[in-house]
Design a protein around this ligand. Structure first.
Ligand code: MN
Length: 709
């Protein structure tokens, strides 16, 4: 004996056949039997066998005039998710198309709405559309949702609210976008009832109360129109209806009007054959009743984006305003069923095909994707849509939805959450498994970012980061890091260079160079030094002009060791033949040491001459100066300065002024720095120090070094 569900399936099959299409009834029965077996011994909260749900879903779909594939897939839609049956088994038994559709429905069911916020609804809608490769997936999902809403009273209250919210914010708007008003209206009203029972009851009670009078009103106006059309030999059906509750509610809240003030609760619909002229009907209506100015909408010349076409006008009858909609049969089908209405026209005449093509073009525009679909027989087959091409949708571990450009990686994800997360990310987990930062993310991925305080962005990231937010942040970070390194290098150069003059970084020096080079912050100055804009000789020159005296003293202190005041060799033996070492050319005033040679000479070195270190200590004697005031001594020194005309001339002028005789001069110019090596004779160390002071007074002189080995 056939069960109630067996009978319903036969009912579904005959409804499909009634649309005039070829129906593979064997496929539908096979899918039904397979699902019934898979869901065997499972019951819904209502206490009914689970198979009731897929059967009811297929019944809802048969009202929408879909094809046999859609119905078969609908019967199987919960099998993979809720039973032991694998996707592979569906593929083997029912083929690729049905497998893909069932898979698509399962995927949508896996979307997390747990922390779903109203402001995120648009993203969720996009996510769903982006996941759909075949429009039949969303049509099944709508039917699934309608049945779940019809049986929602078996759920726990908080679950009811959650599902209703999701339905109102995500599925109803999607149905609207696809032009499926009938589905949209039912989803809205059922969600409204759950989410706002007070207002739902209020409005439905008021409608019930005034229902009789509204019915009477409709029954008075309808014959007036029908008679007039009959006189003109026009076939038409006229029907009145009360608008659905949720749209009345939004009108009440949106316009802040009372129920009594809402004039257009009733809508009258005139549907004429496809070859009829809607504008002609409009003029007849306007002759019968007074139209309200500015209340006419021509959705035939300018259809809504979802494909909706109709003429809307508002007229006055019995001192009440009523909305009248005028459309053809075909427009009516599209308005009721949206995309699914195409079934109706499968295989009809060329004009129909043209109309379908036009509608498809519009849909394509809405859904922002192009596809090839010229043969109406295969419209849904060909309607493999890959919508919303620019974005993907992924989740945080807390199930927050994150929108990213297609091709995005964990790095983009991390920066989308927060710049600090991006700057510190080191790896990522997808579904709990570690993935490289360069991995391209996919729709629906759950991504967890692993950070490390020691991690930072690298140039490598710019090779795969996709979002402009991530790229900007990475570049910004790298530039900052580069700057930091340059500043650090500049500070090092500066410290090392001034250390040569026994100077340390101190406030007065830093302030002086900042002022001299026109910088506000020390970092800016160090940066200029670090990247070579300011060379060491430039800042040394500025410092020397500022700290001239002390700089010279410091140089002298560094090069020359202070000497005792008495110039008497301790073991002065007049018979000893004294010579001055040619390696270090000691000057009276230098601390000296004597080297007794085997041939009886005493060679005088500067104490810290490097040659002294290699002499047998037993042959060294302490020696002090005891020299004639008229004697002079050889000294060699090197002057470095900025190359400029007259530099050498000014140096020689200074040298002459101190009565120093030069025996050799050698000048080299390299990188606009002039270096002069001089050898001459001076009286003593003080004489040389005086010379050095004077030489430093010459503009452009950077350093003076005495040769001491
Ligand atoms: Mn389901």
């Amino acid at each position: 004996m056939p069960s109630i569900y067996d009978t319903q399936i036969e009912n579904v099959i005959s409804k499909l056949e009634a649309t005039g299409q070829q129906v593979n009834s064997e496929l539908i029965r096979r899918a039904y039997n397979f699902a019934a077996d898979a869901h065997k011994n499972v019951y819904r909260r209502s206490g009914k066998p689970y198979i009731e749900h897929p059967v009811e879903v297929s019944l809802i779909l048969s009202e929408l005039k879909v094809d046999d594939i859609t119905v078969a897939a609908a019967l199987l839609h919960d099998v993979v998710e809720d039973t032991d049956v694998s996707g592979l088994e569906i593929k083997e038994k029912f083929g690729d198309t049905i497998y893909e559709i069932v898979n698509g429905v399962t995927k949508i069911n896996e979307i997390y709405y747990d922390t779903f916020e109203e402001k995120q609804s648009e993203n969720y809608r996009k996510l769903i559309i982006s996941m759909i490769k075949d429009l039949r997936v969303i049509i099944i999902k709508f039917a699934d949702r309608i049945h779940n809403m019809r049986t929602i009273k078996f759920m726990k209250p908080e679950k009811q609210k959650k599902i209703a919210r999701e339905t109102l914010d995500i599925y109803a708007p999607l149905a609207y976008r696809l032009g499926m008003y009938k589905i949209k209206n039912e989803l809205e009203d059922r969600s409204f009832e759950i989410l706002d029972p007070e207002n739902y009851t209020l409005i439905s009670t008021k409608i019930r109360d005034s229902h009789e009078s509204m019915e009477a009103y409709i029954s008075r106006i309808t014959p007036i129109i029908l008679n007039e059309l009959e006189k003109k030999n026009i076939k038409a059906s006229v029907s009145g209806r009360i608008k659905h509750l949720y749209s009345i509610y939004t009108k009440l809240t949106g316009r802040k009007k009372s129920f009594e003030e809402i004039l257009d609760i009733i809508a009258l619909r005139i549907v004429i054959p496809d070859d009829g002229d809607c504008y002609n009907i409009l003029s007849i209506v306007h002759q019968l009743f007074m139209p309200i100015q500015g209340m006419f909408n021509d959705y035939i010349a300018a259809p809504k984006e979802n494909g909706y076409q109709s003429l809307h006008t508002k007229v006055v009858f019995e001192n009440k305003v009523i909305e009248i909609q005028i459309r053809t049969n075909k427009m009516h089908e599209v308005a009721e069923f949206g995309l699914a209405a195409h079934w109706r026209y499968k295989g009809s005449n060329n004009e129909d095909i043209h109309a379908i093509d036009e509608y498809i073009t519009k849909l394509r525009n809405i859904l922002q994707e192009s596809f090839e679909a010229t043969d109406p027989k295969e419209i849904l087959e060909e309607l493999k849509i890959n919508l919303i091409s620019g974005e993907i949708f992924v989740f945080t571990p807390k199930k927050d939805l994150i929108t990213l450009p297609v091709g995005s990686t964990p790095v983009d994800f991390a920066y989308k959450i927060h710049e600090n997360i991006g700057n510190r990310c080191i790896a990522a987990k997808r579904g709990g498994k570690i993935i490289p930062l360069s991995t391209q993310l996919e729709n629906g991925d759950i991504i967890e970012i692993i950070t490390s305080p020691k991690s930072s962005p690298s140039y490598n990231w710019l090779r795969f980061a996709k979002s402009s937010r991530a790229r900007t942040s990475i570049k910004h970070f790298l530039r900052r890091e580069e700057e930091y390194k340059t500043v650090k290098l500049g500070r090092e150069i500066f410290t090392n260079e001034i250390a040569k003059y026994n100077l340390k970084i101190e406030k007065s020096i830093v302030q002086h160079v900042l002022k001299a080079f026109g910088f506000q912050a020390p970092e800016d100055f160090y940066k200029a030094v670090g990247n070579g804009e300011i060379r060491p000789n430039q800042f040394i020159r500025k410092i020397s002009s500022f700290k001239k005296e002390s700089l010279i003293t410091r140089l002298v202190q560094k090069i020359i060791v202070k000497s005792p005041k008495n110039f008497v060799p301790e073991e002065h033996d007049k018979s000893v033949n004294i010579e001055y070492a040619t390696c270090c050319h000691p000057l009276p005033g230098d601390s000296i040491v004597g080297h007794k040679t085997d041939d009886g000479k005493l060679i005088i070195h500067i104490s810290n001459c490097s040659v002294v270190g290699s002499i047998d200590p037993s042959k060294l004697v302490n020696t002090n100066w005891d020299v004639d005031q008229n004697e002079d001594f050889e000294v060699s020194f090197k002057i470095a300065g900025e190359d400029r005309p007259n530099l050498l001339y000014e140096m020689i002028k200074v040298i002459n002024s101190l009565e120093i005789n030069l025996s050799s001069i050698e000048i080299k110019v390299e990188n606009s720095i002039a270096t002069g090596s001089f050898t001459g004779r001076v009286k003593n160390l003080n004489h040389f120090i005086k010379l050095r002071k004077k030489l430093f007074g010459i503009r452009g002189v950077l350093s003076i070094e005495r040769f001491i080995q």
